[in-house]
Write a protein that binds this ligand. Structure first.
Ligand SMILES: Cc1cc2nc3c(=O)[nH]c(=O)nc-3n(C[C@H](O)[C@H](O)[C@H](O)COP(=O)(O)O)c2cc1C
Length: 194
């Protein structure tokens, strides 16, 4: 039996979503969990636009990349925004807004998992058009969407995605990404272990 936190162990980016609505109190808990993430000087650089209205969801779904067709079943899609100026910007390209916002999104994913939901982050959408559709200031970066819903039927998935739904977790060998005490030259190369 694994000794990892159960939600870390069980969370997967699954795609077989059902259309069952997510109760408001569940959604509120998931979003509160996101905001409990740490950030540099407590800057809290994340901004979430939680979309669950029928017309508003349609708009988001019109802006998805073709490969994210499966997200059209979702009863909730969270638009995640940030911009570097909302968090510490330190030397050597340390723009912490993206880091902190990522921590918040992971909290969201884990709380959603705890609630029996699928929460799947995606980068495949038209960011500029989607921002415009919701009247969001162009300075904001729509860094990802999180597709949220209860598990549902796999019938609407293509064959590749149906297979992935049951695939084991796929990770690089740990010794490629975790080093103890000594840096190994080449560890940061793009092709390392690819
Ligand atoms: C920044 C980011 C962007 C992603 N974009 C997409 C996407 O557009 N479509 C998709 O189906 N999955 C997307 N994913 C999900 C990843 O493919 C998935 O997390 C990865 O394959 C590992 O699988 P696991 O989360 O089940 O362990 C994205 C994940 C992240 C963190």
């Amino acid at each position: 039996m694994s000794e990892l936190i159960p939600e870390i162990e069980t969370r997967r980016a699954r795609r077989a979503l059902g259309e069952k609505p997510v109760p408001q109190e569940v959604l509120a808990r998931v979003m509160t969990a996101a905001t409990y993430a740490p950030s540099c000087f407590n800057s809290q650089p994340w901004r979430f636009l939680v979309v669950n209205g029928e017309r508003e969801l349609e708009i988001v779904k019109e802006h998805l990349a073709g490969g994210n067709y499966w997200a059209k079943k979702a009863p909730v899609i969270v638009l995640v925004f940030t911009r570097p100026e909302l968090d510490c910007t330190l030397s050597d390209r340390r723009d912490y807004a993206f880091f902190s916002t990522g921590l918040a999104v992971e909290n969201l994913l884990l709380q959603a998992t705890r609630e029996g939901l699928i929460a799947h982050p995606i980068a495949g959408y038209k960011p500029v058009a989607l921002k415009e559709a919701f009247g969001v200031d162009s300075e904001m970066i729509l860094i990802n969407l999180v597709v949220v819903g209860y598990p549902g039927d796999e019938a609407h998935l293509n064959e590749k995605h149906r297979e992935l739904e049951h695939s084991p977790r796929d990770r690089r060998p740990e010794d490629q990404v975790i080093l103890y005490n000594r840096w190994r030259q080449g560890s940061g190369d793009v092709e390392a272990g690819a």
